[in-house]
Ligand binder design. Structure first.
Ligand SMILES: Cc1cc2nc3c(=O)[nH]c(=O)nc-3n(C[C@H](O)[C@H](O)[C@H](O)COP(=O)(O)OP(=O)(O)OC[C@H]3O[C@@H](n4cnc5c(N)ncnc54)[C@H](O)[C@@H]3O)c2cc1C
Length: 404
């Protein structure tokens, strides 16, 4: 039986190990920390659960298959989660005036009629430039900006349009968006089920591992963050490591707040917050209105951070809570008292999807796979879990066709 070494047991490493083990490979999964899951995890408090990072996956057919294979019953969003707010003076379900909406239709419709490729981003174009060119200033500031920074944790003035939007213009058939899914106990449920399944399939999970890539035999998948991959490959693959060193990492914080009573003015998935209002928050998730099992005590998760707000990570808990309380009052107009909170500071943990990453991904195309070495993770074109899962499938297929 051919052995494959997977380094890093975040969602990328766990999911690709599963796919390889299912194809009959012996998998050694090396994790430097004392637990698997990487960024994924759920804290349990007496008031309910708090996600450390991701709160759900997009409900693609592959994600549904994964839950089925793991015997994990998915928790699906409530109807209330269909409502999403964007802040413009107050949370609104549609932030543009009639005038601006007609202007937006007038700009986009003729291009769509000419074919969707007329909307394709240009190389080295930021999302902001793309938006201003095709959607106009209002939709760019009030829709595109908050939506994208809610996913990528950074302002659109730095994000690459072609890395982020490029896949929408590929010929590959796209699935209709069907919402989200998670485990009843949150994302830790998914991590626990993945870990149990790997053990059942004979995957050898090595925790607290210190790996030397040059000493491993057979195919290797490096499934760590970009910065860890850069360090890991410094000796064995110096030119690849040099290219990876160009990837900038940015920070994000998730702050879950449990309140003594719910706010009922805005009941929806959450509210995204554009720049230009002097607010630091990127957005808020109204957890109790998203999943049925999150309403033990009404709770919200506030997201903050990004390249321009790195300083926020050094705020004390009390300064951060005060800042959020002020912003919460400005955004939602509410001041319920706080029962408990959980803060997760993810310092330089996420790749910055900027124009530099666009150049790096171009370079990597010609360098990978490097003999028996494969890369996996959230810096390779898909930051979200459903994209990572897709890549796990592709990698497992590729390795199976080469080595099985
Ligand atoms: C606050 C926040 C909210 C998010 N929300 C969502 C969401 O709602 N939906 C969504 O789809 N995505 C979301 N994401 C993104 C998603 O969670 C991540 O992109 C994804 O979890 C990354 O998985 P990964 O396996 O690539 O990396 P990681 O989770 O970073 O895992 C890498 C693993 O490699 C290990 N490692 C590092 N160096 C070594 C080494 N030398 N040897 C061995 N092991 C090593 C690390 O310890 C870690 O366990 C969110 C991210 C954040 C931070």
């Amino acid at each position: 039986m051919k052995t494959v070494s997977v380094i890093g047991a975040g969602f990328a490493g766990l999911s690709v190990s599963l796919k390889l083990a299912q194809k009959g490979f012996q998998v050694d999964l090396y994790e430097s920390s004392s637990r698997v899951g990487g960024l994924l995890g759920t804290d349990t408090t007496e008031h309910g659960i708090a996600e450390r990072a991701a709160n759900a996956l997009i409900r693609t057919s592959k994600a549904e298959d994964l839950f089925r294979e793991l015997g994990l019953t998915p928790s699906l969003p409530l109807d209330s989660a269909k409502k999403r707010f964007l802040f413009r003076g107050k949370p609104r379900t549609w932030p543009l005036s009639i005038f601006e909406t007609v202007g937006l239709i007038g700009r986009v419709l003729p291009k769509l009629l000419r074919g969707k490729t007329s909307l394709k981003p240009r190389p080295q174009e930021t999302l902001e430039k793309w938006g201003l060119r095709l959607l106009g200033p209002s939709a760019t500031q009030h829709i595109l900006g908050p939506a994208m920074q809610g996913i990528y944790g950074n302002e659109i003035s730095g994000l690459s349009a072609s890395v982020i939007l490029g896949p929408l213009f590929s010929k590959k058939k796209k699935e209709k968006y069907q919402g989200l899914l998670t485990g009843a106990g949150g994302m830790q449920d998914l991590v626990d089920h993945l870990e149990a399944k790997l053990k059942e399939l004979g995957v050898r999970v090595h925790l607290n591992a210190s790996v030397n890539v040059s000493e491993l035999k057979g195919p290797i998948i490096v499934a760590t963050s970009a910065s860890s991959a850069c360090r890991l490959l410094k000796e064995s693959h110096p030119s690849l490591s040099q290219v990876l060193s160009e990837i900038r990492m940015s920070s994000l914080m998730s702050v879950t707040l449990f309140f003594n009573k719910p706010q009922t003015t805005y009941q929806g998935f959450g509210c995204l917050i554009p720049r230009g209002y002097g607010l630091k928050s990127l957005g808020v998730l109204m957890n109790s209105y998203i999943f049925a099992d999150r309403n033990k005590t009404y709770n919200e998760t506030w997201m903050m951070g990004g390249e321009k707000e790195q300083d926020l990570l050094s705020f004390s808990d009390s300064d951060l809570l005060k800042l959020i309380a002020d912003e919460r009052f400005r955004i939602l107009g509410h001041k319920e008292s706080l029962l408990d909170y959980r803060i997760n500071r993810w310092d330089k943990a996420l790749p910055y999807y900027d124009l530099q990453l666009e150049k790096t991904l171009e370079l990597l195309k010609s360098m990978l796979p490097a003999k028996e070495l494969y890369l996996h993770g959230n810096y390779l074109g898909g930051i979200g879990l459903s994209k990572i899962l897709e890549r796990s499938d592709v990698l497992a297929e590729e390795i199976a066709s080469r080595y099985a």
